[in-house]
Design a protein around this ligand. Structure first.
Ligand SMILES: [Cu+2]
Length: 329
């Protein structure tokens, strides 16, 4: 508590110097920043002030004779050692903040981050992926596990006061805990090519319930700009087709009736499918959903050579794919 209020930088804050702080560790960073800032400002004024005063006071006057300056070793040691104390204190405080920002709290939400020229891709624990948009629940520790697909990028959220390089061939982490609902920004701070300045993402910090709902519903359809308005079936199908390609369903399911590792999707909707178990089923919404989430629950007769992996895509995405499957005639 004592320490908490000691590190509270709010009385020192000067609006416009730092963006709004939205994470737990941010105040610590700000404290160090403002401490150095005001310390430097104070001594800048004192030292230059004194300098001008002495220049005037000890300027050479008529009749002055040159004297050898006295031995000032003691005072020199003093002004070397005193700032050293200040540096050591700063290091101590700074290091504590660094550690606080480097180790995740209990049970962190792990989000995979992939940087590539020139976008940020985020993958949530349930497998849902999204590009250019990051959802964060407020009041929960978050750990970003980051990697790069091409060159060096650098992940920076100024509102959280976190920044770390994202390097090909290795993982790097940043951790934070957002303490304010609102929006923040991701920047890339490593010059990474032509469109480096466009390598941005929006961060939305939302209440935990809203985050959980979002994880269930998934990202919104890019073809339906207003998420609250009804989305027509053909727009859903269009998104479904894109998801079908993005999730590599195409590699196992042909769409023109030709042979593929999985059943062809030409005319799949409403098809009377014979199963390996000897039963049969009509392809409908429930069956498609189950086939995506738990592919091994019902095996299509004759398709025991390839194994379809389970996909953890959201309900909304599955609906879009279903809508697309209806159109493959
Ligand atoms: Cu970049």
């Amino acid at each position: 508590m004592m320490l908490g209020s000691f590190f509270d930088p709010s009385p020192m804050k000067w609006d416009g110097q730092m963006p709004e702080s939205m994470a737990v560790g941010a105040d610590h960073v700000d404290w160090v920043y403002y401490a150095i800032y005001y310390f430097s400002l104070f001594f800048q004024v004192v030292i230059t002030g004194l300098m001008f005063y002495f220049v005037w006071k000890y300027k050479r006057r008529k009749g002055d004779k040159l004297e050898t300056p006295p031995d000032l070793t003691r005072i020199e040691i003093l002004w070397t050692v005193l700032p050293l104390f200040f540096i050591v204190i700063l290091f101590h405080v700074g290091f504590k903040g660094y550690v606080k920002n480097a180790i995740a709290g209990d049970n962190p939400l792990e989000i995979r981050v992939r940087g590539k020229q020139w976008l940020w891709e985020f993958e949530y624990p349930n497998g849902m992926k999204e590009i250019g948009k990051l959802m964060i629940p407020v009041g929960r520790p978050v750990k970003m596990v980051m990697s790069s697909d091409d060159v060096i990028h650098s992940f920076f959220i100024p509102e959280f006061r976190v920044k770390k390089d994202v390097v090909p061939g290795m993982y790097s982490n940043v951790v934070f805990e957002a303490n304010k609902v609102g929006s923040a920004h991701v920047f890339c701070t490593e010059y990474c090519g032509t469109s480096h300045s466009g390598m941005l993402a929006d961060v939305k910090v939302v209440p935990v319930q809203e985050f959980d709902d979002y994880m269930k519903a998934g990202p919104s359809n890019p073809n339906c700009p207003d998420p609250n308005a009804a989305c027509p079936a053909d727009m859903k199908a269009k998104w479904g087709e894109a998801l079908f390609v993005q999730n590599a369903c195409v590699t196992c399911h042909s769409r023109d009736g030709s042979a593929s590792p999985g059943p062809t999707f030409k005319g799949v909707w409403g098809r009377h499918e014979a199963l390996q178990s000897g039963e049969a089923i009509d392809v409908d919404e429930n069956y498609v959903k189950e086939s995506i989430r738990k592919p091994q629950a019902k095996i299509v007769k004759g398709f025991t050579n390839a194994v379809m992996p389970a996909f953890t895509i959201s309900d909304r995405q599955i609906d879009a794919i279903t809508e697309y499957l209806k159109t493959i005639k």
